[in-house]
Design a protein. Structure first.
Length: 341
């Protein structure tokens, strides 16, 4: 109660200062407009946190009895409207230009929707206490084997292609993730191009360290990386959008399957406007994937975890099967974001 009173009083003070400064600048309308713009960026009216007791209980349930001390509730609460951990996101990943990059793009739309619906039903049965949300995780900037006109070894999708995915998502009331593979570019160059989409409350972000080539190598020749500064830039960028447009928190998925892909994890900032998911992205046999999860995701805790399942690549190694929801729900912590490729 004291927190709400303090925040309200703070807002009143900010507005009073703003009005006073406007009356002192009546002869300069441009100055008034500029001050209003600054205020809109700094004051977020959607500042009320979610129900704290419910959130904490859900987080403890997600930790799944971990007794190591690594995964514990740290007192961080998101803004109202947070998707996690109240829901589990079931995402189909890919690119419309390619049948090889994932199930999104491989199958015709109606077939893809039908298969996604079946996966959601399986997860509902496996964990009846956690609602599932469908998602289309679209690779909007794809790493390339050739430099292209920009010399950045990346290709940006046209707005018309992004719009197709947005329309598809509306048909099934799905959220959208726009995934960025920067190549020789960087997040500071790529994210602002997506802002008009990120203003949508149902659009979230994915960033892929694998194709962040800080050494100038061609994508695919070595595994790339993001450090804490990269991830903090992306989360701050999202947080600014959430604040400016009074949105619910964004979810930001960071892909990972090696130690070196994410550096300086202890310096990654947790913000109430952004929910960070560290997604176990490797393919292979069940035991190898679970071991990677424990080594690279569980061992360096942030907020939430994800797990990617490959319809084809996971079958290449014995015992030639995908992990089951029941096996993933036995992990500590339980992944709240599940991606199918």
């Amino acid at each position: 109660m004291l927190k709400h009173s303090f925040l309200f009083n703070l807002y009143v003070v900010v507005v009073f200062i703003f009005i006073s400064s406007c009356s002192n600048a009546q002869s300069d309308p441009a100055a008034v407009s500029k001050k209003a713009s600054v205020l809109s960026k700094k004051v977020n009216l959607n500042i009320t946190p979610i129900d704290s007791s419910s959130y904490k209980l859900k987080m403890v349930t997600m930790f799944n009895g971990d007794s190591s001390g690594k995964w514990k509730f740290t007192g961080h609460y998101p803004l109202a409207g947070a998707l996690l951990p109240f829901n589990r996101i079931i995402a189909y990943y890919g690119n419309l230009y390619s049948t090889r990059m994932g199930i999104l793009g491989e199958l015709p739309k109606n077939q893809m929707f039908a298969r996604l619906k079946k996966e959601m039903e399986v997860w509902k049965q496996a964990d009846p206490n956690t609602p599932v949300i469908p998602a289309l995780h679209y690779i909007v900037t794809t790493a390339q084997g050739s430099p292209g006109v920009s010399g950045m070894y990346r290709l940006r999708m046209r707005s018309s292609e992004i719009d197709k995915v947005m329309s598809m998502a509306k048909e099934i009331d799905a959220v959208v993730f726009l995934d960025v593979q920067v190549g020789l570019s960087n997040l500071r160059e790529e994210l602002p191009i997506l802002e008009k989409y990120l203003r949508d409350p149902k659009v979230h972000l994915g960033i892929d360290p694998e194709f962040s080539m800080k050494g100038g190598q061609k994508p695919g020749t070595v595994i790339g990386s993001f450090d804490a500064a990269d991830i903090n830039y992306a989360s701050q960028y999202l947080a600014d959008i959430v604040t400016q447009y009074n949105l619910p928190p964004k979810v930001m998925v960071v892909h990972r399957f090696t130690q070196g892909m994410v550096k300086e994890y202890k310096s990654i900032k947790i913000r109430p406007e952004v929910q960070i998911v560290m997604d176990m992205d490797g393919w292979g046999a069940p035991a190898r994937k679970i071991n990677s999860y424990r080594q690279f995701v569980y061992a360096e805790p942030l907020e939430f975890t994800g797990f990617k399942l490959f319809y084809k690549n996971d079958l290449k190694e014995a015992p030639h099967r995908m992990l089951l929801p029941s096996e993933l729900l036995a992990l500590k912590p339980k992944p709240m974001y599940i991606q199918y490729q």
